[in-house]
Design a protein around this ligand. Structure first.
Ligand code: SAM
Length: 271
């Protein structure tokens, strides 16, 4: 019998006893949409990778800077796949603060992430959330809600932020990214971050062992393997770098702090 009480926002379909990537990340960021199994997992992760919390915050900060970069570059539409549970600084908040006409479609495979996103967007007719799987790009691209919110004849930013390290090679993530990119208008951007292989094999194995218990195992990739996701696109300066090194705010010292090298990130333009 489940030892966890099920709140009304947790659909019957989810297993509250199984740690889940979206809810672990929510806990690391200080959110409340997580359960005992997720919190316990996150605490164990912090013993193997004490930098995980800092890395999660740096990832969120990268997302924020990248969205602002895209709006400054003229982008007014965002397709955020693997968008996660809403937390401080969501894409529509960042973009619509800069220009209220910005449109955002959130997609995630995790029902709690989608339920919370739908609640948050109740009164926002420029943004919506759908439940869909990145590994089936057409289920995102051809979704009725996606087509209502986004205009594929106009450039947009495709956000794949901290999601691809949950998609193993046998699920064909390179083909899926290429499929998404093929549907974007010229002048669109790809915004991507990905955890990068740890220098310590012992630490990497500890993380692997832990994630084998979660509902999506973590995937290790090298810098070169992550760079391949940008094939055919023009990298924006400064390229694919540690997340806090991507166009940092003046006086930001995150790049020297623990967690800075856990993930790499970059933005590229479709010619
Ligand atoms: C670490 S969170 C990142 C959330 C957000 N993009 C960010 O960077 O703050 C990873 C998210 O990817 C989602 N995810 C994992 N595999 C997915 C898939 N195949 N399709 C869609 N979403 C997926 C998880 O449910 C989770 O919400």
């Amino acid at each position: 019998m489940a030892s966890t009480e099920r709140p009304n926002w947790a659909p019957e379909s989810i297993d509250l006893e199984r740690p889940n990537a979206a809810r672990i990340y929510d806990y690391l960021l200080g959110g409340a949409a997580n359960f005992a199994a997720d919190r316990e997992f996150a605490e164990q992760l912090l013993t193997v990778l004490p930098e995980a919390r800092g890395a999660a915050r740096m990832n969120r900060a990268f997302l924020n800077r990248a969205v602002r970069f895209c709006v400054d570059a003229g982008i007014r539409q965002f397709l955020d796949v693997g968008s996660g549970i809403p937390t401080a600084g969501n894409v529509h908040e960042i973009a619509q603060r800069m220009d209220p006409s910005c449109r955002v479609l959130y997609a995630d495979v995790e029902p709690v992430a989608v339920t919370h996103s739908e609640l948050m967007l109740r009164d926002n007719d420029q943004a919506a959330a759908i439940r869909a799987d990145f590994t089936d790009p057409d289920s995102v691209l051809d979704n009725e809600t996606t087509r209502r919110v986004l205009d594929f004849d106009q450039p947009m930013a495709l956000l794949l932020v901290a999601v691809l390290h949950f998609v193993p090679d046998d699920a064909q993530p390179y083909d899926a990214v290429a499929r998404f990119v093929s549907r974007l208008a010229p002048g669109s951007y790809l915004v991507l971050s990905h955890s990068v292989e740890r220098p310590s094999e012992e630490q990497a194995e500890g993380i692997d062992r832990l994630y084998d218990r979660a509902d999506a195992p973590g995937v290790r990739r090298t810098h070169a393997e992550i760079a391949r996701f940008y094939d055919g696109l023009e990298m924006v300066e400064p390229g694919l770098v540690n997340t806090p090194e991507w166009r940092p705010e003046p006086n930001d010292t995150s790049a020297d702090q623990p967690g800075a090298d856990v993930a790499i990130a970059g933005v590229a333009r479709k010619p």
